[in-house]
Ligand binder design. Structure first.
Ligand code: PMP
Length: 447
């Protein structure tokens, strides 16, 4: 019997090989022919599937639901907003909540990263940040600076700018060469740092790989360097001590903008407001999304330094548009209402501090898996951790199988290749961490 035959009738009818819904990043044929895993509702740290089974959410959905699922405050704020002002074109007009949310975000960002440009996703934030970097250099008479530097094992979303930056083979190779000229730094995931908690001691010198690319392409042709402070989607790769500081130094010496993609590491995930503060390095631009609205209404943002904003604005005449870029749904009123409600929750419940306090307990649990022979590396910082399982056959096959078995055993987490990523909501209690640990151990032993 295919799984769909045991589902409630309306759902069973919808899930079949010819179903119109084209799932992203999913083997559609497998999913629609007996492999369908369907969620029906969510609350706190749990999902419930279509059969009423409870599934603990060990990845905050996809690193976004940091304050837990089903928050009434957000639902009410969004509901009120629909009734009050549902939509407004974002060009030449604005609404108060967009100003308010930008101010609230700017209060959390480090340094003078206080100019906030709204988008609808992390991918759009990355592409917008690339355009801001290009516009800034043009405004200061350095329009030839068009090359971007990224890194192997980077994930910067899936729009054309993002896949050009991407250091993940599958996200690039299926679409040709991409658009933007991008050179890639070596990644810093070293065997010498295996099973290191927090930042590894080895590998800061890998930042000097940037000098190699500068020598090759010429600093005068390079616009910006994009890195995730902790590479999240490729398995939680924490930078070695001193690595980000060294990148900052080199960028300053050669007038390259440093961009931190904080789509995962932002909003308390590493214990501070942003990874920039955790590592004590201030970039020129940050990209944000995910936990900004707790995953409820799609929203991303770019935080740019005052210097960049001033540079772009100064180059334009009084009545001209300084930056020819924006989306129909930029600063959408519902997203702004959700974002404000979410930032209130983080502040009023002290959730970043709470996660930071529980982090050692969480990391103890994850690193305790080290005794299982199938686990070949573990990494973690704050409320974010990743572990690798030994590959079985083609890369990623076991990771995919692990993720399915975990869901069936009552646990949701994200896998990427043969790495599993844990990022619980900040409202987690010790008992939730224990439940995650017990389920992981049981399922890992089943291989
Ligand atoms: N940048 C990073 C660092 C991410 O982790 C992600 C999403 N996982 C993105 C960009 C893209 O965000 P979105 O899926 O919202 O487009």
């Amino acid at each position: 019997m295919g799984r769909s035959e045991s589902l409630p009738s309306a759902v069973a009818e919808a899930v079949h090989p010819d179903a119109p819904f084209w799932l992203p990043f999913t083997p559609n044929r497998e999913f629609k022919t007996g492999g369908a895993r369907l969620a029906a509702r969510a609350e706190g740290i749990y999902y419930w599937d279509d059969q009423g089974r409870r599934i603990i959410d060990a990845s905050s959905g996809l690193f976004c639901v940091a304050a837990g699922h089903g928050r009434r405050e957000i639902a009410e704020a969004v509901g009120r907003q629909v009734a009050e002002l549902d939509y407004l074109p974002p060009f030449l007009r604005a609404h108060g909540k967009a100003f308010e949310l930008a101010r609230r975000i700017a209060e959390l960002t480090p340094g003078d990263l206080n100019r906030i440009f709204f988008t609808n996703s992390g991918s759009e934030a990355v592409d917008s940040a690339m355009k801001i970097a290009l516009a800034y250099h043009r405004a200061r008479g350095q329009g030839q600076r068009q090359i971007f530097i990224s890194r192997e094992r980077a994930y910067h979303g899936v729009n054309f700018g993002g896949i050009a930056l991407s250091g993940m083979a599958n996200n690039r190779r299926h679409f040709g060469i991409g658009l933007a000229p991008v050179a890639h730094l070596r990644h810093h995931h070293l065997q010498e740092n295996a099973f290191t908690r927090g930042q590894g001691a080895q590998g800061a010198e890998l930042a000097d790989d940037l000098l190699r690319l500068i020598n090759l392409h010429g600093a005068e042709n390079i616009a910006a360097v994009f890195v995730e402070p902790v590479a999240g989607s490729t398995g939680v790769l924490v930078p070695p001590r001193g690595y980000l500081q060294r990148l900052r130094e080199i960028c300053d010496q050669h007038q390259l903008l440093l961009v931190f993609d904080e789509v995962i590491s932002g909003f308390g995930r590493l214990g501070d407001n942003f990874g920039a503060q955790t590592f004590g390095v201030t970039p020129d631009i940050m990209t944000l999304a995910k936990a900004l609205t707790n995953g409820t209404v799609p929203m991303g943002a770019v935080a740019a330094s005052q210097r960049i904003y001033d540079g772009i604005v100064a180059a334009a005449g009084e009545q001209s548009i300084e930056f020819f870029h924006g989306y129909t749904y930029s600063a959408h009123p519902l997203a702004c209402a959700a974002g404000l409600a979410v930032l209130d929750i983080y502040r009023d419940e002290g959730l970043f501090e709470r996660a930071q306090k529980l982090s050692p307990y969480f990391l103890d649990m994850v690193f305790s898996l080290r005794d299982l022979p199938i686990v070949t590396d573990i990494r973690g910082i704050g409320f974010l951790a990743g572990f690798d399982v030994a590959a079985d056959g083609a890369p990623g096959v076991r990771g995919h199988e692990l993720q399915k078995r975990l869901w069936d055993a009552g646990l949701h987490l994200k896998t990427t290749g043969d790495a599993a990523i844990l990022a619980p909501a900040y409202i987690a209690e010790k008992a939730h961490i224990d439940e995650i640990g017990d389920t992981l151990r049981r399922v890992l032993k089943s291989f």
